[in-house]
Design a protein around this ligand. Sequence first.
Ligand code: MN3
Length: 209
Amino acid sequence: MKSECYPFVNLPLPYAYNALEPYIDEKTMRLHHDRHLQTYINNLNALLKENPQLQNYTPDQLICISGELPCGLRTEIRNNAGGVFNHRFFFAGLKKAPSGCPSGAFETAIGNCYGSFECFCDELKKAALSVFGSGYAWVVEECGKIGIVTTPNQDTPKQYRLLAVDVWEHAYYLKHYNKRADYIDGLMNVIDWGIVSERYEKIHCGKRR
Ligand code: MN3
């Protein structure tokens, strides 16, 4: 879709800035979306302005081809296309509480891989806490199985992505200071398991990425 390519626009959040209160505060959401994500969009637009051969790629496609780019461009594209894709994916995976439970094939896969939703959530929290410095925890799918992985910086996992959890300090510092665990506990109330279940369902229909 053309609108997903250069020049990139910071699309509005799919909910109000205060929709995730009290778990994620309005001020954090405004800064995170309007400044942090906006900066990645501005940087990516500036990079692609200088590199018109890349202007027809989506952020996700830019991440995929970044490894083939010349050294000087590779890291900048990976960081900024990752910053755009990861933030959009993260925000789209959240909703106003109560945010529901896993359903359908995703619910079954969680049971098969983790025993219970509670055990799965514990593992997700552990992974989010284990990220050293800035990065993300992810729920991914690989070969029919659900997995939990982490990435540093704005890197994006190679597997099929189901959920991103942003653990950069800017995601929580205003409300929780340095207490990432408190942020993660709150975040678990606003994860949109319905959309995560839908993302998993799409794999079963063969519509990958
Ligand atoms: Mn962020």
